[in-house]
Design a protein around this ligand. Sequence first.
Ligand code: NAP
Length: 179
Amino acid sequence: MEIIAIAAMSLDGFITRGNESGTAFTSQEDKDWFGKTMREFPIKVLGRKTFDVSRDFILRHSQEKGSGLRIVMTRDPSNFRDCQLPDRLEFTDTSATEIVASLKKRPLTDSKVAVLGGGAVYSAFLNAGLLDEFWITLEPQLFGSGTPIATEPSLATLTLKESIQLGPSTLLLKYTCES
Ligand SMILES: NC(=O)c1ccc[n+]([C@@H]2O[C@H](COP(=O)([O-])OP(=O)(O)OC[C@H]3O[C@@H](n4cnc5c(N)ncnc54)[C@H](OP(=O)(O)O)[C@@H]3O)[C@@H](O)[C@H]2O)c1
């Protein structure tokens, strides 16, 4: 199982511009790359706040056959009983380690997992030593405030594996992670 975190970040380390939710700040080049890349990941893990931002899209998309599995981390899954679609859209209060252990027990043909944030979820996977790679798109913006890419300090060692220029001033940095 390959587990890769994917984020878009400002130069000063934020994944949102101040209190603005979502990723409207990213360049068209990153949006195009992200949309294409998501098709390579049949399994996606995200936090409840990130789910809330794309709720309508995710609910609609999860109805489609072949849409893969999305797992939303929340401390209160009972709030989402009406949205739950087994093997397509699931809500859990289990830890990152337990999520990965439960995925390994399923008969999945392709088990590439994208960890889509936000900051609390990236931290949970980093600090549990579960990430194989962290892919970060660096946008040339300075927000001064916002949601940090990691809400907890991490001792993981990130080693630059590849850097790709997505647009005139947008870099995609692919790191391998070791805890
Ligand atoms: N630029 C980017 O690449 C990027 C990527 C992702 C998200 N974002 C943006 O970032 C913002 C959200 O990020 P965020 O860091 O504030 O929130 P988040 O990580 O998306 O969600 C946090 C919530 O996830 C649940 N959660 C987190 N860790 C958990 C754990 N260990 N066990 C159980 N539940 C857990 C909790 O939900 P409950 O409160 O329900 O218990 C928590 O309040 C959004 O605006 C989103 O659009 C940007």
